[in-house]
Write a protein of this length. Structure first.
Length: 451
């Protein structure tokens, strides 16, 4: 025995490995005698020697895994050898390899070509069934190190100015700051080398952009996609490169979208009313509405929005007493994923309500070719609607007619009659009829021709 297994009365021991043993015999009179015993293998010890060819780059696939198998003691020649190569699971994790690569035999030869740096496992089996397994590490000639790689919001008040983060939660459309400080070196002989280029790119949700070369790289980006966005720092030196990523997580909130109950063209009559609506983002979202007149940019003298529109959870607002075409802006504020209270993710949208009948032709114009007020333009109409303009002289005679809304909106009446001749100086009267197919508006008034 070598101390294990225990002494036993059975004169036959099984399942023993190779090595030196002691046989002890003890009789009934407690007399004992020890004898040495040696168990040798019928085949030799399997000795695996690495003879790899290093690739030049960490991501280079031109490396060669090569082993030489020799006989150890007692130097009995192998009748045959077989090989099985697999990639170590930690290496596959680092590569982000697909699931089917785990446990996959990549070669059954003593030499494996076109491989990248990493840890590989080789299993050698002899003709007599003896097995030896060994991890083989393939290095590269050039190595890269990221001393630092992190990100933060441009507004450092949320996570702090010195946050060293590899992943953060942000709002959609937040500006983020990206920072990386890498360097590269040659392995043999050891030599620090200056990177040729450093830049950031995105795995998702960022328009392509780059940054200047150097050994410190900083850039900013706007996160415009929900979910997990990956931003990858890439360092290049010669034909070698390395990449390392950070991640930005954005809540899956939709953007706010405003609409008007009256439909695509959003037209109502003077003193009319309609409903503004937004999509429901979350039950905790607040909506704030503001309004201003389209032409002047001023606030309406009489508010059309109801009280409480500056902060409401309601997704609808009734607007009343409309006097002029009005732009409505809504801001949706939803609780943010930041690790602080009272912060919100915001998106905004605008919608316009036109008031039918605001044609507002000029009271006078001078079609004399001087480039100043040469035509009578009809504002406040839509090319998609039915339109009719008739011009009468003081005796009620029709002198001009048009049903082309686009012509009157962009070119106007040039002061000629239906024969193309200039009308005389004086006061004329217009009649406008305007309809969207369900609603009709009429307007009339004087216009003076001055030459």
């Amino acid at each position: 025995t070598r101390g294990s297994p225990d002494y036993q009365s059975n004169p036959e021991f099984t399942n023993l490995g190779t090595g030196q043993y002691t046989i002890r015999v003890l009789d009934e009179a407690s007399c004992l005698e020890d004898k040495p015993a040696l168990i040798e293998s019928e085949t030799s010890e399997i000795v695996i020697n690495q003879l790899n060819d290093m690739p030049g780059c960490p991501t280079d696939t031109r490396g060669v895994l090569r082993i030489e198998v020799t006989e150890g003691l007692p130097f009995v020649p192998f009748t045959s050898l077989s090989y099985e190569w697999m990639i170590d699971s930690a290496t596959l994790d680092a590569w982000g390899a697909p699931e089917e690569m785990y446990g996959l035999i990549i070669s059954t030869d003593a030499e494996v070509t076109d491989v990248r740096p990493g840890v590989y496992n080789v299993k050698v089996t002899t003709g007599s069934g003896c097995i030896e397994e060994q991890d083989i590490t393939l290095l590269s000639d050039t190595s890269f190190v990221f001393d630092e790689i992190n990100l933060n919001l441009v507004d450092t008040s949320i996570y702090g100015p010195f946050a060293n983060l590899s992943s953060i939660d942000v709002c959609k459309y937040d500006p983020i700051a990206l920072y990386a400080a890498p360097y590269a070196f040659k392995a043999d002989p050891y030599e620090i080398i200056e990177p040729d280029t450093i830049y950031w790119k995105s795995g998702s949700g960022l328009a392509g952009y780059g940054m200047s070369a150097g050994n410190v790289a900083f850039d900013t980006a706007i996160v415009d996609q929900t979910g997990t966005n990956y931003y990858v720092a890439r360092i290049e030196s010669g034909r070698c490169y390395m990449e390392k990523s950070v991640s930005v997580v954005v809540p899956d909130y939709p953007d706010v979208v405003a609409s008007v109950a009256d439909g695509e063209y959003s037209q109502v009559f003077e003193n009319g009313r309609t409903i503004l609506a937004v999509n429901n983002i979350t039950d905790s979202t607040y909506y704030s509405w503001t309004e201003y007149w389209e032409v002047t940019g001023e606030l309406p003298p009489i508010a059309t929005l109801p009280d409480g529109s500056d902060s409401t959870v309601s997704t609808t607002r009734e607007v009343t007493k409309l006097q002029d075409s009005t732009i409505y802006t809504v801001i949706a504020r939803t609780p943010s994923p930041y690790p602080v209270d009272d912060k919100y993710c915001s998106t905004t949208d605008t919608v316009k309500i036109r008031v039918m009948g605001e044609f507002n032709p000029p009271s006078a114009f001078s079609p004399n070719g001087d480039g100043i007020n040469d035509t009578c333009l009809i504002y406040g109409i839509d090319e998609n609607f039915s339109f009719s303009l008739k011009i009468y002289n003081r005796w009620g005679q029709l002198v001009f007619e048009s049903k082309d809304a686009g012509e009157m909106l962009y070119e106007g009446w040039d002061g000629t009659n239906m024969n193309g001749n200039d009308v005389t100086i004086g006061t004329y009267y217009y009649v406008i009829e305007y309809s969207d197919g369900t609603k009709t508006r009429k307007s009339n008034g004087p216009v003076t021709v001055i030459r």
